[in-house]
Design a protein around this ligand. Sequence first.
Ligand code: HEM
Ligand code: FES
Length: 353
Amino acid sequence: MSVKYIPVQWNNNKYIYDAVMLAGVVLFLYVFLYAAPAALNHERAVNPQIHNARAFGACAFVMLTVILCIGPLARLNPRFLPLLYNRRHFGVMTTFVAITHASYVVDWYFAFSSSNKYEAVLFANTSYGQLAGFPFEIFGVFALFVLIILAATSHDFWLKFLSPPVWKRLHYLIYPAYLAVVAHVSLGILQDQQNHSFTVIFIAGAGAVGALHLAAALSERRQDKAQKTRQTDWVDVCTTSEMTDGFAKIKLLANGERVAVYLTDGKLSAISNACAHQNGPLGEGRVIDCLVTCPWHGFQYDVTSGRSPAPFTETVPTYNLRLDGARVLVDPKANPPGTYVEPIAVPNPMKGL
Ligand code: HEM
Ligand code: FES
């Protein structure tokens, strides 16, 4: 059995992203282990094995927190969009850091138990009925299990094999996993802490994830409400003077679809805002030579036809446009994906040329 998939190629941006990420992990571990152990660690003296376990556990938590902040930050402010680009590598690296944490824990606390050390993690403590002394490790086990599944299926092969909706639903498991990590730390580690530096990092991190998701959801709801229109006729997008060459205006249509209307070399074109790869926001990408690049993973589309350049075969729907004086109007009925539409020349475009 084989699946035809299009891998997202390596490029300089990815190398830089990964190098910065790796440097961040090394710096975090160095600070935790050597530069400021007293500030970040528990005050009780610990052996190197547990010291390492804590460093990698705290690092995995911070990485997971940053990953979950990137999505809402990018929705709130386009300046954060480049961070979305390679988020999958971030997730895979987090999984390796979390596995290292768990390995140190298992090799220290459970290595000497009479049964298999992995079974011992599950059965050494079964006091599920009480809060103090709750077997918090079980939440860590669940989170690690999810992280491994997500890392293993992060490749484009699995995206194609499972289909984007199933893949996306599977990857939403990151939220229960994060909640499990929060429970893992709250029920286990914080109760034992003398030093509150990690507690502060923990509460600030988990709080930021919650607050940013709420802010992004509210802002999206406000925008959708403001844009929602009942028209089935041509829909007003904006005036030509509001457009900047190389960029799009995004318009929400009554049927819930978003259309991206581009001004490129003084001509107007419109395609669906949803990328065929994983519904990335095409209207937030920049157009160069008629090609818009999806800000999420770099797929490209010709804005006049909604087609990816050869040898790629992805297509998105296009839309018809017309001008009413300086007003740009879009026909809410989409053309079939890949339909060429002659761009409309803008008389005297005001900006960006
Ligand atoms: C098999 C899975 C796991 C097991 C058995 C486990 C077990 C433990 C144990 C026993 C500790 C306390 C260490 C000590 O201070 O003596 C701990 C701490 C911690 N764990 Fe886990 N864990 C697992 C997975 C995870 C995962 C997946 C994450 C995050 C992504 C995580 C994040 C943390 C954090 C942040 C700490 C606190 C570090 C500190 O004290 O500064 N753990 N874990
Ligand atoms: S390239 Fe992945 S969503 Fe557009």
